[in-house]
Design a binder for this molecule. Structure first.
Ligand SMILES: Nc1ncnc2c1ncn2[C@@H]1O[C@H](COP(=O)(O)OP(=O)(O)OP(=O)(O)O)[C@@H](O)[C@H]1O
Ligand SMILES: [Mg+2]
Ligand SMILES: [Zn+2]
Length: 511
């Protein structure tokens, strides 16, 4: 046998493409030529494959070896193809069964000593190949748990090149390796925080429930210690379980990010809270070889929390505009665009001024009006434009904290049920539209579509608009939230009560 082939997967963002790996052994001086890899990755791959094969007891033949990775034009980064290259060569040499190698997809980077390193992105790679009809996958043992999250495929975990060769029929004895590198799994999902821990602050709790129900982005303003962070951490708990497709996507992004992946598919929405010193790359994704997803992509189908939002660099905040508009993150490189999902719920928190004390009763703020304006002004514009709910969070008094009243407080489970019911109502109401959540609905449709509200209901809003107290955008945002409040209250459409409360959830801000 002089020619043999197998398959691997090239990942660009979340998109996996099949790569055919073909090895040819011909007459000539012993060389190893690899065609179809970028120059930078080439010599490294050659060295790794050669050394790994020798150290595994199945050296490459001393002939002229040519390996072709196709399609040639497909951008190929990382070292995912090592195992496929090694197996195709050993199949062409007759060391392993060519028939066996041809039927499977190989993923994994080799160490010089022949071990297989776990890699990032095994999950999206296998999901893509499974969609293309491939069924059997040889993967690094360290990735075996996440690999098995894809339904309907057979996973063959191997710890080394020698292990893989034995699987494909090589006449070698297994060498037991006691260390399996880097299995990144967690057994149980992290516990969610309980909503009824929040004392007082009824407005903020209602705002949070409304945000969860309508998929509205939310901004919380308040002095230090008012409980903004505490509230934000309770939002994921109010969201419904992930459906199967979202669950696979959430785990795939974690796999690509090199983060630990749950032993069974994650069912709860993610929560990402990047620090305000985060770079644009950390927030939106980046990297030179394999492009990794950032916090915004990891928050997809869940919550992205920007605590101390005005402290983020402006250019970092600006990167969120595209996903907020389109739900997609695209990262451009010289000859390729990596796409990641970017449909997250944004929560921002801020102090009212740099010293944090503006507006509190007990302490006086030392900041000048100018400093205050500049501080929050950093958030203004396109970002705040997308945020339907802006709520002021007040510090609860020591007396309120002592007063228990826990019986009346909404629990996470109760709130999540209300959110689920409200979402069912809005989905039914929006069934003839492209939207599922009130937070997604276009303003023009709300103002002039079939579900336009009667004039006497919107009177107070119309007046505020005429007097220039709110902008047209603000008007639309209040309408959206009013619809969510109506869906939470199980009434067919917002009345003056819901409009009034929606207006209050916005007006409480001095921006
Ligand atoms: N309404 C509340 N009910 C119960 N505990 C509260 C409440 N508000 C604040 N706390 C307590 O105070 C702590 C500090 O609150 P938190 O960190 O959420 O405030 P913050 O508004 O984020 O402040 P900062 O602006 O300094 O970040 C919380 O961990 C919680 O224990
Ligand atoms: Mg905080
Ligand atoms: Zn101040």
């Amino acid at each position: 046998m002089m020619v043999a082939r197998t398959h691997s997967v090239a990942l660009l963002g979340m998109t996996g493409s099949m790569v055919e790996v073909e090895a040819d052994i011909g007459n000539g001086l012993p060389t190893l030529m690899i065609i179809g890899l970028p120059d930078t990755a080439l010599s490294d791959a050659r060295d790794r494959v050669r050394a790994a094969a020798t150290n595994s007891g199945c050296p490459l033949p001393t002939s002229k070896i040519t390996v072709n990775l196709s399609p040639a034009a497909l951008p190929k980064h990382g070292s995912t193809f090592d195992l496929g290259i090694a197996m195709a060569i050993l199949a062409a040499a007759g060391t392993v069964s060519a028939g066996s190698v041809e039927r499977v997809v190989h993923l994994g980077e080799l160490s010089l000593d022949g071990r297989l390193r776990p890699m990032n992105g095994v999950l999206p790679a296998i999901a893509a190949a499974a969609r293309a009809g491939y069924r059997t996958f040889v993967v690094p043992a360290g990735n075996r748990h996440e690999a098995s999250l894809v339904p309907g495929v057979t996973i063959v975990p191997v710890i080394s090149l020698r292990d893989a060769a034995i699987h494909h029929g090589a006449a070698l004895d297994p060498i037991p390796l006691d260390v399996i590198e880097g299995a990144r799994v967690y057994d149980t999902e992290p516990p969610e925080h309980e909503l009824s821990d929040v004392i007082g602050n009824a407005d903020a709790v209602l705002a949070l429930v409304a945000a969860a129900a309508g998929g509205h982005h939310i901004f919380m303003l308040g002095p230090p210690g008012a409980g903004k962070t505490m509230l934000a951490m309770r939002l994921p708990g109010l969201l419904p379980d992930l459906d199967a497709a979202s669950a696979l996507e959430v785990s795939s992004i974690r796999s690509l990010a090199g983060a630990s992946v749950p032993r069974t598919l994650a069912t709860r929405p993610p929560f990402e809270s990047p620090h305000h010193s985060a770079s644009a790359g950390a927030l939106i994704g980046g990297g030179s070889k394999q492009i990794r997803p950032g916090a915004a992509a990891r928050a997809s189908h869940g919550v992205l929390f920007l605590d101390e939002a005005p402290e983020f660099a402006t250019n970092v905040l600006d990167t969120l505009r595209q996903p907020l508009e389109s739900g997609v993150i695209s990262i451009h490189r010289a000859n390729a665009v990596a796409l990641f999902p970017g449909r997250f719920q944004l929560v921002m928190a801020a102090n009212p001024c740099p010293c944090g004390q503006y507006g509190t009763a007990e302490l006086n703020c030392l900041c000048t009006p100018n400093t205050r304006r500049r501080y929050l002004g950093r958030l203004s514009g396109p970002l705040l434009d997308r945020i339907d709910i802006q709520v002021q969070v007040r510090r609860v008094s020591a007396a309120e904290l002592r007063l228990d009243g826990s019986g009346e407080r909404l629990t996470t489970v109760e709130a999540r049920n209300r959110v689920r019911e409200a979402r069912e109502r809005m989905a039914a109401r929006l069934s003839e539209t492209p939207w599922k959540l009130n937070g997604e609905v276009l303003g023009t449709w709300l103002r002039s579509g079939p579900q336009k509200l009667p004039r006497d209901t919107t009177l107070v809003l119309d007046r505020a608009l005429e007097r220039g107290l709110i902008t047209m955008r603000g008007y639309d945002r209040i309408l959206r939230v009013a619809w969510t409040l109506a869906d939470l209250d199980a009434v067919p459409r917002p009345g003056t009560d819901q409009i009034g409360r929606a207006l209050y959830l916005r007006k409480s801000l001095t921006l």
